[in-house]
Ligand binder design. Structure first.
Ligand code: KIV
Ligand code: NA
Length: 266
C-alpha cells in the first residue's frame, strides 16, 4: 500500500473514513505495527513512562526523542511517523519550536511533529508550518502540563468546552494538519470533529472523533499496573513474555535447553 502522508489523512477526513494511530518507540515494534496496517505511528513522549522508566513525560529530552524517532523511522515503510516535541523544547516560543522541529525532521527522520497546547502555542505552530514542518496539535488533557492542570483530569467539562474548542481552532488555523484531543467528554470531542476542518484524533474522547490513538504498551497489555479507563487491552504481551522467560529459566536450570537441534558439531 502507498505511503501515508498528511494529505492522505485530510482526504480520509473528507471521505468520512476513520483511522487509527498507535505509539511506537523502537524499530521492531514499529515494523510489526506498520506491517499490520497502522497508518500513523506516534513517537510519543509517553516513552518517558513506557520505555524509559520515568514517573512522567516531563523529563524526556530532545536527544532521547531523536534516538527513539530514528529507530521507529527505520522500522517503518508505509506509516506516517509523528514525533512529539518534549516538554521545554518549544514553550519558549516560535524560534525554539522551529529549531526543535527542524531537528526532529532532519536528524530524527520524522514526517511531522506534535506539540501540546492551544492558543498559546499557535505562533509556534505557525512558525513550524511556514518552515515546512507539519504539526499535529494536542489539546484537552495535555500530560506535559500535568502539574499545572492538577493531575490527570478530564478537561473541557461544562463551560470550559468553549475554550477547548477555541484552543483547537487556534491550532488548526495556525496550520496544524490534525489535532489530538485527550480525556474530554465524548460530546465535546464530537463537536470538535464537526467544527474542525482537519482530522481530530481522540484518546479518552469517545467514538465521535475522526481517528483514535492509544499507547501501544497499554493496548498490547505490556505495561504493568492499571490502565486508564479509556484503554481497551487487545493482548496480554506482559503475560506472554513472562511465561516465555519463566519457561526459559526453568529449561536452563533443568538442563533441557539447549537440546540436540541447537548444537553445533565439530
Ligand atoms: O505521548 C503520547 O503517547 C501521546 C498520545 C497518547 C497522544 O501524546
Ligand atoms: Na505525548
Amino acid at each position: 500500500p502507498r505511503v501515508v502522508r498528511t494529505t492522505t489523512l485530510q482526504r480520509w477526513k473528507d471521505e468520512g473514513r476513520r483511522w487509527a494511530m498507535l505509539t511506537a518507540y523502537d524499530a521492531l515494534t514499529a515494523s510489526v505495527l506498520d506491517e499490520a496496517g497502522v497508518p500513523v505511528l506516534l513517537v510519543g513522549d509517553s516513552a518517558g513512562t513506557t520505555v524509559l522508566g520515568q514517573p512522567s513525560t516531563i523529563a524526556v529530552t530532545v536527544e532521547e526523542m531523536l534516538v527513539l524517532t530514528r529507530a521507529v523511522v527505520r522500522g517503518t515503510q508505509r506509516a506516517l511517523v509523528v514525533a512529539d516535541l518534549p516538554f521545554g523544547s518549544y514553550q519558549q516560543g516560535p524560534a525554539q519550536a522551529l529549531a526543535t522541529g527542524v531537528r526532529m525532521l532532519k536528524e530524527g527522520g520524522a514526517a511531522a511533529v506534535k506539540l501540546e497546547g492551544g492558543t498559546a502555542v499557535a505562533p509556534a505552530v505557525r512558525a513550524l508550518v511556514d518552515a515546512g514542518v507539519p504539526v499535529m496539535g494536542h489539546v484537552g488533557f495535555t500530560p506535559q502540563s500535568e502539574h499545572a492542570l492538577g493531575g490527570y483530569r478530564v478537561q473541557g467539562r461544562g463551560e470550559s468546552a468553549d475554550r477547548l474548542v477555541a484552543d483547537a481552532l487556534a491550532v488548526q488555523d495556525a496550520g496544524a494538519f490534525a489535532v489530538v484531543v485527550e480525556m474530554v467528554p465524548s460530546a465535546v470531542a464530537a463537536r470538535l470533529a464537526r467544527e474542525l476542518r482537519v482530522p481530530v484524533v481522540g484518546i479518552g474522547a469517545g467514538p465521535g472523533t475522526d481517528a483514535q490513538v492509544l499507547v501501544v504498551t497499554d493496548m498490547a497489555g505490556l505495561g504493568g499496573g492499571r490502565s486508564p479507563r479509556f484503554v481497551r487491552r487487545y493482548a496480554d504481551l506482559r503475560g506472554e513474555l513472562a511465561r516465555a522467560a519463566t519457561a526459559y529459566v526453568a529449561d536452563v536450570e533443568e538442563g533441557t535447553f539447549p537440546a540436540a537441534e541447537h548444537e553445533f558439531e565439530d
